[in-house]
Design a protein around this ligand. Structure first.
Ligand code: SF4
Length: 334
């Protein structure tokens, strides 16, 4: 195993997730089926201890990527190498055993907690599922993790979710996600439903948990300020494809892909005197059922040429980062 491979926790190859559309009985016997191509041939890696941000507009396929990586969805095609085990190819007991090593934190903490389950039981539930420890050991572990997430156990162990604030509920969800000491956590829009004042506390908690427990995150968000704060690298998604991957500093300093430039231009600048160059996309985001030919961003791209509507650009190395755009083909601009 080469050194590069040893540093990768997750290696995703040609991952696809298509959802078949329901058809009327008149078309039921037709061989042609329509699909929502939510994730369309993605390849990327996540290193041990890294936080990879996945950003893009709603409907770009970010959540489906997260759900597919931890097998809440079965991939249509491709490979998800998790420490050399292909998660895309396992099922049943093998998958259940592996699940201990990956968890997901969902956007809505209220919806992801059982309203009739007390906080202590909810957090300890994954330990029970994975047969970790006996009853008293599990309770001790829950006490420890409650302390770690800033919820004094004497006060919170027996509470119900309805007796908690939004921020406290998200702390409980984080505690439940990390109690099995997973290696990989998908955090899906974890601060989206929280007040601005609470957001930074939850981001800080995620960083603390990562450092203390050695976690690796896929951080899914449309909030670029949060991504900038927490992520080591950022992957930008558009209509089921990754169009750029780069280190966080580089992507904010100098975005290369036209779509990334548009996203970055939408981040508020604290200094009102500072001039930023605005790139405004034209038209609506196309439907993932009828994906445009060639570069799928071409109907909205201010730089599109004839080549762009015919040939789909591949994700290629451009000065140490990966970009899918014909502007950076070897021959320069089209
Ligand atoms: Fe724009 Fe063409 Fe680049 Fe696509 S390939 S982003 S249409 S310039």
């Amino acid at each position: 195993m080469d050194q590069e491979k040893q540093t990768q926790l997750l290696s995703v190859r040609n991952l696809k997730k298509y959802f078949p559309l329901k058809v009327s009985w008149l078309k039921a016997f037709s061989k042609e089926r329509s699909y929502v191509r939510a994730v369309d041939d993605l390849s990327f890696e996540i290193k041990y201890g890294e936080t990879l941000g996945l950003v893009g507009e709603s409907g770009s396929g970010k959540t489906t990527v997260g759900r597919t990586l931890i097998r809440l969805e079965s991939p249509t095609d491709g490979h998800i190498l998790f420490e050399d085990v292909d998660l895309a190819k396992i099922s049943g007991e093998s998958l259940r055993v592996k699940r201990q090593h990956f968890q997901m934190i969902f956007q809505d903490p209220m919806a992801s907690l059982n309203p009739y389950m007390r906080v202590g039981n909810a957090i300890g539930h994954p330990l029970k599922i994975h047969h970790i420890g006996n009853k008293s050991e599990r309770k001790m572990h829950v006490y420890e993790i409650l302390n770690k997430v800033g919820l004094p156990p004497e006060e919170f162990y027996n509470r119900f979710p309805r007796h908690l604030s939004g921020g406290q509920r998200q702390r409980v969800v984080i505690a439940r996600a990390v109690i099995t000491s997973p290696k990989f956590v998908v955090a899906d829009e974890v601060t989206a439903m929280l007040d601005v004042s609470i957001r930074s506390q939850i981001l800080k908690l995620l960083i603390e948990m990562k450092n203390e427990l050695g976690l690796t995150y896929l951080f899914i968000t449309h909030d670029l300020a949060s991504a900038k704060y927490i992520c080591d690298r950022i992957a930008v998604m558009y209509l089921g494809k990754i169009v750029e991957i780069a280190k966080t500093y580089d992507i904010f300093k100098e975005p290369l892909h036209p779509y990334t430039k548009i996203l970055m231009a939408s981040v508020p600048v604290p200094d009102p005197k500072m001039k930023t160059k605005k790139f405004i996309p034209t038209g609506e985001i196309p439907s993932p059922i009828n994906i445009p030919s060639g570069c799928r961003f071409h109907p909205r791209c201010p730089y599109a040429t004839k080549t762009c509507s015919k040939i789909e650009p591949e994700l290629k190395d451009v000065n140490g980062r990966l970009v899918a755009c014909h502007l950076y083909d070897q021959n320069g601009k089209n």
